[in-house]
Design a protein around this ligand. Structure first.
Ligand code: GLU
Ligand code: ZN
Length: 548
């Protein structure tokens, strides 16, 4: 390429390569330290898969004592959305994922490799594109959208692989004179990479998460600079991950097939390529077929879904850690008090490297455990914070009845293995605790009476008898003895053993009578410890409920 052509393509002065490399020197790393990044596009939408990739990357870096940074990939200006960086920063912060360098929620850069927003690095990409052009490793392409379209149709018709390669790379053989002529005629151009690959040759890629993958070499002359002067993802990836010193690129596996191209770009630029690890997408079963969780069709693809439902942040983090390393659960059992971020992720033992279904049952069971480990005060705080945004009326109730709720939430809490595990997520708790308040308490004595084969009158008699002997100061044993007496009086077995041995001798068992009281007090047949519930409700409320 002649200096004249280069000057026409890059008429403005660009920083020199020396200047750039001096400004962004290699990082001083100790052996084993990893540098990773999360590189979302600011679309205003945070996919749960992006959180997953961010978590894996953050863990890889920080576990090694290295650096984890955030880069905003906004080279596709059409997809850019106002306020999107804030969404990214807030989402990461919410899950305790802290970038050592990057952009904060006010769009301010922090860290030595700034700017961390690609659109602000235009001149840097252009400087390297110019270098490739000068070295004959890139060339201008003047093909318009129509020509490319036509080419694609021909390829399709002839059963050829699509893309700009070989004889389809129209502008690759243009002479300097032809290029100059096009430029002088004011023809719009883009820059393409001059691939040195051969599609008939294969290469072995050692993927950190997928293992060895065999792939054909790249022979596509892909676009490196677009008509708006901004780079494509591929080119920006090579330039930025080199300059910012990324050692391990951990990203979604839609990029796996681009690795041969990326390695070529690194070679052409004279750089060492980073190590790659490709993360399998979270999937969903759709009529028996597995497919990626989709932003278009699946509300749970959006991270805000988990906020609305009120899953504790730790629950989602633990779920994702468990997806990468199935050993997480064992670790959690032996380390119930540790922070999830203390779990040593093992990148050599990745579970689900082929992709896992997003399993809500599993998430729910993890979430129950997470909530069970919290103190009543922590639950109250988190619940109130959630309700302020997602259920303001409930937030008001929570704050107006703070002490009462603290006692409600404390029932069967933090008592070891038998701690209650019935709360899954914050959005369930209003309904789960509604019976503690008279205005939201409901019960259906008739259907319950049918269920256990007693008349409503008998139920009322049981309640009245219990009311007569109820004393708030009774400990659980005394309280229970009183229920046994009533059970026997009504022909119910007062202990489960004799009931199991000779059920025909009884109308039912002590548990039926407990349930009668449970229905009167809570309106339900299942509840946490009834003695504790009565204690928390207070004598007046208990007596009025027993009154029927
Ligand atoms: N901006 C790319 C994406 O959102 C980042 C992929 C990467 O981590 O390199 O898919
Ligand atoms: Zn062309």
């Amino acid at each position: 390429m002649t200096p004249e052509i280069i000057a026409k393509i890059f008429p403005n002065e660009l920083p020199s390569i020396e200047e750039i490399e001096k400004k962004y020197p290699p990082r001083a790393l100790q052996p084993g330290q990893k540098v990773t990044r999360v590189a979302p596009s600011p679309t205003g939408f945070m996919h749960v898969g992006s959180l997953y990739a961010a978590l894996v990357s953050e863990r890889a870096a920080h576990q090694s004592g290295g650096v984890f940074y955030l880069r905003v990939e906004d080279t596709d200006q059409k997809r850019k959305v106002e306020g999107a960086v804030e969404v990214i920063c807030k989402s990461l912060a919410r899950y305790g994922i802290v970038a050592d360098e990057g952009v904060n929620e006010n769009n301010q850069d922090y860290g030595p490799y700034a700017p961390y927003t690609q659109s602000e690095r235009k001149e840097i990409y252009q400087a390297y594109a110019k270098k490739l052009l000068t070295e004959g490793l890139a060339y201008p392409c003047f093909c318009g959208a129509e020509e490319l379209d036509l080419m694609r149709k021909i390829q399709e018709k002839q059963g050829q692989r699509p893309g700009y390669y070989g004889k389809y790379a129209h502008c690759r053989p243009l002479t300097d004179a032809q290029i100059l002529e096009n430029l002088n005629a004011g023809k719009p151009w883009i820059l393409r990479f001059k691939s040195m690959g051969d599609n008939n040759k294969r290469m072995l890629i050692k993927d950190l998460l997928k293992g060895d993958v065999n792939m054909p070499e790249n022979d596509l002359d892909i676009v490196i600079l677009k008509s708006d002067g901004l780079p494509t993802y591929h080119f920006a990836h090579a330039v930025d991950d080199h300059l910012m010193g990324t050692t391990h690129v951990l990203r979604g596996d839609e990029w796996l097939s681009s690795v041969p191209l990326h390695i070529q770009l690194f070679v052409a630029l004279g750089w060492k390529a980073p190590k790659y690890g490709h993360i399998a997408p979270l999937q969903k079963s759709d009529n028996g077929n597995k497919r990626k969780l989709s932003k278009r069709y699946d509300p749970e693809a959006n991270i805000t879904y988990f906020w609305e439902k009120g899953y504790p942040e730790t629950a989602l983090i633990e779920y994702l850690l468990n997806l990468i390393n199935a050993s997480f659960e064992d670790w959690r059992r032996t380390n119930p008090d540790k922070d999830a971020f203390d779990f040593p992720l093992n990148f050599n033992k990745v579970s689900n490297s082929a992709g896992a279904l997003f399993d809500f049952q599993k998430l729910n069971s993890i979430s129950k455990e997470v909530i069970a480990r919290m103190t009543a005060d922590e639950v109250y705080q988190a619940l109130s914070a959630w309700a302020k945004t997602y259920n303001p009326a409930f937030a008001d109730r929570l704050s107006a009845n703070r002490d009462y709720y603290l006692h409600i939430l404390n029932i069967e809490r933090n008592i070891g293995k038998k701690s209650r595990k019935d709360f899954i997520k914050w959005s369930d708790i209003e309904a789960d605790t509604a019976y503690f308040f008279d205005d939201t308490f409901t019960r259906d004595l008739e259907s319950f009476a049918k269920e256990i084969n007693l008349s409503v009158e008998e139920l009322k008699a049981v309640a009245a008898e219990f009311k007569a002997v109820y004393r708030a100061e009774d400990d659980k044993n005394t309280w229970f003895e009183k229920i046994k007496v009533i059970a026997e009086k009504h022909g119910f077995a007062s202990d489960m053993k004799s009931y199991r041995e000779t059920p025909e001798k009884f109308k039912g068992s002590i548990s039926d009578i407990s349930n009668v009281l449970r229905i009167f007090i809570t309106g339900r047949t299942q509840s946490p410890d009834l003695h504790a519930i009565m204690q928390v409700m207070g004598t007046n409320r208990v007596l009025s409920r027993l009154e029927a």
